[in-house]
Design a protein around this ligand. Structure first.
Ligand SMILES: *Cc1c(COP(=O)(O)O)cnc(C)c1O
Length: 413
């Protein structure tokens, strides 16, 4: 073997410790390292099995390595990977047709993540207002506890101060109101506002569904003032609530919708959807990204969309939601000292810890992992469940058993 090949790391063992040696420490990942997945089943380096109720943070909505997605991606991999924006490609044209036919939108812009989709939406809104009304109409209204991504613009628009601290100076002309507070919205949304951005269901902020009256009032206030209503459906979209997009369930149509996460089931892709009129704001040369609408990502996303967007699939999401909520209500009944309420929508659910257990969501997550169940948290007081939308009733029951074993262990300790 030649010396160069000999020195490659491809075959060298790596462990969780390697993370602490060579990764920028932005995350504190679990001690176990998953190596293989199938559906909601996952195995780590030691061969231990886990039931995955995280879907990679509401991403792998069709489960790990869904055979249909593996098949279409493999075919595309053998066909064409990347072109750049000097050329279009068949998969992205088909994906745009499918998304615009399935939603209010007439036009799609593709990028690689949720933050980038929101960045495009916010830039569109600023430019549209600037062109149509003048530079004074630049204020953006967002909600406290919201999450819109980690670029400097989206983190500034997001409603969690801890994510902007130390990154100042921040982009100006951004204000926050309390989520679901209609009076605050009326007070804040004046003629100088160019955009209102909101998650129909707040994910990171604790799994809090928007009140229909609140979202309807935001629509009315935007219509009155000429501001654009942006729905960030990066986490709650693509079937997660039991509707293809959450706005459909609310009957409130935004001017711009952003999607990512589950759109690619783990293949990175983001999308900004909007109307014909608004799309003209981003004319040739105004915005762009190298990989957006890449044939590999677009191929996977089209297949995801066609799988999820059927009445039978979405009806099953609602049914699985009812079963999961019943399972979680059982936990609240049997462990009132640990859990207080369940909230959320569809298969994006938050189990809120009781006062006595405040701050212990992470401990519960770790105890569940030891039992072989992966769950998420949303802040320190909410255990968040976001299983793949293909979850079976048996898997929901199993998750309940594993959560009980985890809590029993913690109560004994
Ligand atoms: C995850 C998330 C984002 C950011 O998406 P990235 O792909 O991480 O950039 C934006 N908005 C919401 C609601 C999210 O949940």
């Amino acid at each position: 073997m030649n010396a160069k090949l000999d020195s490659t790391v491809t075959a060298r063992p790596v462990t969780r410790d390697t993370f602490d040696q060579v990764l920028v420490p932005t995350y504190a990942p679990a001690a176990m390292v998953p190596v293989r997945g199938s559906g909601l089943d996952l195995w780590d380096q030691t061969g231990k099995h886990y039931l995955d109720f995280t879907s990679g943070i509401a991403v792998n909505s069709l489960g790990h390595c869904h055979p249909v997605l593996v098949d279409v991606l493999t075919k595309q991999i053998n066909n064409l990977w990347h072109l750049g924006n000097g050329y279009t490609n068949e998969p992205v044209l088909r994906l745009a047709l499918a998304l615009t036919e399935a939603t209010f939108a007439d036009r799609a812009f593709f990028c690689n993540s949720g933050a980038e989709a929101n960045e495009a939406a916010l830039k569109l809104a600023r430019k549209y207002a600037h062109t149509k009304f003048g530079a004074h109409k630049s204020r953006i209204i967002s909600c406290f506890s919201s999450f819109h991504g980690r670029t400097l613009f989206t983190v500034s628009v997001g409603g969690q101060a801890k994510y902007t601290e130390g990154f100042e100076p921040l982009p100006p002309s951004i204000d926050h109101i309390a989520y679901n507070d209609i009076e605050a919205a009326r007070a804040a949304i004046g003629d100088d506002v160019c955009a209102v951005i909101v998650e129909p269901v707040q994910g990171e902020g604790g799994v809090v569904p928007g009140n229909p009256e609140f979202l309807k009032e935001l629509r009315a206030l935007c219509d009155k003032t000429g501001a654009l209503l942006i729905f960030d459906e990066v986490q709650c979209g693509m079937g997660r609530t039991g509707a293809l997009f959450a706005y459909m369930g609310y009957g409130v149509t935004p001017d711009i919708l952003t999607a990512a996460k589950a759109l690619g089931n783990g293949y990175p892709i983001g999308a900004m959807l909007t109307t014909n009129e608004l799309a003209q704001t981003l004319a040739v040369g105004t915005h762009g990204t190298t990989y957006g609408g890449n044939p590999l990502a677009a191929t996977v996303a089209l297949s995801v969309l066609e799988t999820i967007n059927t009445p039978a699939f979405l009806a099953r999401v609602k049914e699985a939601s009812v079963s999961t909520i019943a399972m979680l209500q059982g936990l609240i009944t049997d462990y009132p000292q640990v859990f207080s309420i369940v909230r959320g929508s569809g298969l994006l659910l938050g189990l809120v810890v009781s006062d006595a257990w405040k701050g212990r969501a992470k401990d519960i997550q770790k105890a569940a992992e030891a039992q072989g169940l992966m769950v998420l948290i949303a802040g320190m007081d909410v255990v968040r469940l976001a299983p793949a939308l293909i979850v079976s009733d048996e898997q929901i029951a199993e998750a309940g058993r594993l959560l009980r074993a985890a809590i029993d262990g913690m109560l004994k300790a």
